[in-house]
Design a protein. Structure first.
Ligand SMILES: CC(C)[C@H](C(=O)O)[C@@H](O)C(=O)O
Ligand code: SF4
Length: 484
């Protein structure tokens, strides 16, 4: 009998091209996603070296970060110019490089366009057991489908374009086990935030995580995408879910999945992709589902998590001196005081979107609360930005756009939007946003912006009340309305 292996070890072993004496391995890369921010220099490097893209058929280009989320074409179908010169340049570079190197480009006005991490799974480009890379830290998202997926830097993007391989050191393995059942009003995002809060942003450094236990088995693929997305916020290289029947059902019939006999063979292979009985992990984190509640962040790191029913922590309560200093700095930046109730924190902006939470289930969860309601008077801007044109189309077919618009939200074109200040969607300095994205760093949503990370339902709840709100109260009210 061969040694029991974890899922990570199985995928790793299947992709080793060469093992070097110092332990580094040359790894074959099955899939490469590229966007406009981290690819221009990589293509330029190829051009200067007179090299080609080795496997253009395994490479897919989609612009997402720099695009405005307002309409991109006028009534005549002409492009509406992008005001920011750098954004316009990066988009133009992608539009020039992709055809020149024979790479398929999903254009800025195509129905399939969206955030690269929403598009990959949706198109069936992301497949279980593959190695998938992108010049983007949230590439970990694709682990939801059982792909070993991670972000790479621009020089590595060039290396993968040229060779379809990467030199890597094997990571350590960590299992994150959540057993039990999630409570009323608790979502995948709350689980992801709970993990960040529990292990901290450095807790996963050097590890690839595997999400195990009943909560993750019961979780939808969309929920798994949210959790895998935030693996990187817990410091991990990547996060994996073993593919199961849900994964197969999710992928079946998608445009880029294998078809016919190749599909059957693929599914048979995917069934072998799980950690073996008796496989050991270098580290194990166990969380009881019953301990997870609707969460919010109070600070400027994704590990700064408290229950929405909690209070802003006192910096003095941190044992570590550097954490104490960081907490005080965060509170100053965030304009909060120790002991303040999170539910008393008023917000002026709501952002529902990003590769963490912009899929159809996310929009449904928010719309369910917003139906028949209106954003509070103190809300200056509320944005819903679907993760892709296909998500947008599906939402419109379900009438969700009308619910959002009637509630006072803006219904936008797909892209990264207010997740980060690389496009016109920004939160002004000193103003506060309840955001479904994954990073609350200083200046993340624009210089001086203040971000509170929440689930889509919690963002909707904050929109209705104008302050951070325990979504369970509104859900209970809704239950009452249904009964009455
Ligand atoms: C711009 C890009 C390189 C960056 C990343 O790597 O993640 C962005 O997507 C982010 O979320 O901060
Ligand atoms: S949505 Fe945000 S986190 Fe995701 S790729 Fe875009 S900028 Fe990065």
């Amino acid at each position: 009998m061969s040694k029991p292996r974890t899922l990570y070890e199985k995928i790793w072993d299947a992709h080793v091209v060469e093992r070097r004496p110092d332990g580094t391995c040359l790894i074959y890369i099955d899939r490469h996603l590229i966007h406009e921010v981290t690819s221009p220099q990589a293509f330029e490097g190829l051009r200067l070296a007179g090299r080609k893209v080795r496997r253009p058929d395994l490479t897919l280009a989609v612009p997402d970060h720099n695009l405005p989320t307002t309409p991109r074409r006028d009534a005549q179908g002409q492009r509406i110019p992008i005001a920011d010169p750098q954004s316009a340049q990066q988009l133009a570079a992608l539009e020039r490089n992709a055809p020149e190197f024979g790479v398929r480009l999903i254009g800025d006005a195509d129905l399939e366009q969206g955030i690269v991490h929403v598009v990959g799974p949706e198109q069936g480009f992301t497949l279980p057991g593959t190695t998938l890379v992108c010049g983007d830290s949230h590439t970990s998202s694709h682990g939801a489908l059982g792909a070993l997926a991670f972000g790479i830097g621009t020089s590595e993007v060039e290396h993968v374009l040229a060779t379809q391989t990467l030199l890597l050191k094997q990571s350590k393995t960590m299992e994150v086990v959540v057993e039990g059942e999630l409570g009323f009003g608790v979502t995948a995002k709350d689980v992801a935030l709970a993990i960040c809060g529990r292990i901290g942003t450095a807790g996963g450094t050097g590890y690839v995580m595997e999400y195990r236990g009943s909560v993750f088995r019961d979780m939808s693929i969309e929920g798994r995408l949210t959790v895998a997305n935030m693996s990187i916020e817990a410091g991990a290289r990547s996060g994996l879910f073993a593919p199961d029947d849900k994964t197969v059902a999710y992928l079946k019939g998608r445009p880029l999945t294998p078809k016919g006999a190749a599909w059957d063979a693929a599914v048979a292979y995917w069934k072998t992709l799980h950690s073996d009985e008796g496989a050991t992990f270098d580290k194990s984190i166990v969380i009881d589902a019953a301990d997870i509640v609707p969460n919010v962040t109070w600070g400027t790191s994704p590990e700064d998590v408290v229950p929405v029913t909690g209070v802003v922590p006192d910096p003095a309560s941190f044992a570590d001196a550097s954490k104490r200093a960081a907490a005080q700095k965060s509170l100053d930046y965030m304009g909060l005081t120790a002991g303040q109730r999170m539910e008393d924190v008023a917000v002026e902006h709501i952002f529902i979107g990003s590769c963490t939470n912009s899929r159809i289930e996310d929009l449904r969860a928010a719309a369910a609360l917003l139906k028949g309601k209106h954003v509070a008077s103190g809300i200056k801007q509320a944005l819903v930005v679907p993760g892709s044109g296909l998500v947008k189309q599906q939402a419109e077919a379900e009438g969700l756009d009308r619910i959002f618009l009637a509630a006072g939200f803006e219904w936008r074109e797909p892209g990264c939007s207010a997740c980060l200040g690389m496009n016109p969607d920004k939160v002004p300095a000193g103003e506060r946003c309840a955001s479904t994205s994954n990073r609350n760093f200083m200046g993340r949503q624009g210089p001086g912006s203040r971000t509170h990370l929440v689930s889509p339902a919690m963002a909707a709840a904050a929109a209705i009340t104008g302050h951070l709100t325990d979504v369970r109260e509104l859900l209970n009210e809704k239950r009452g309305e249904v009964v009455a």
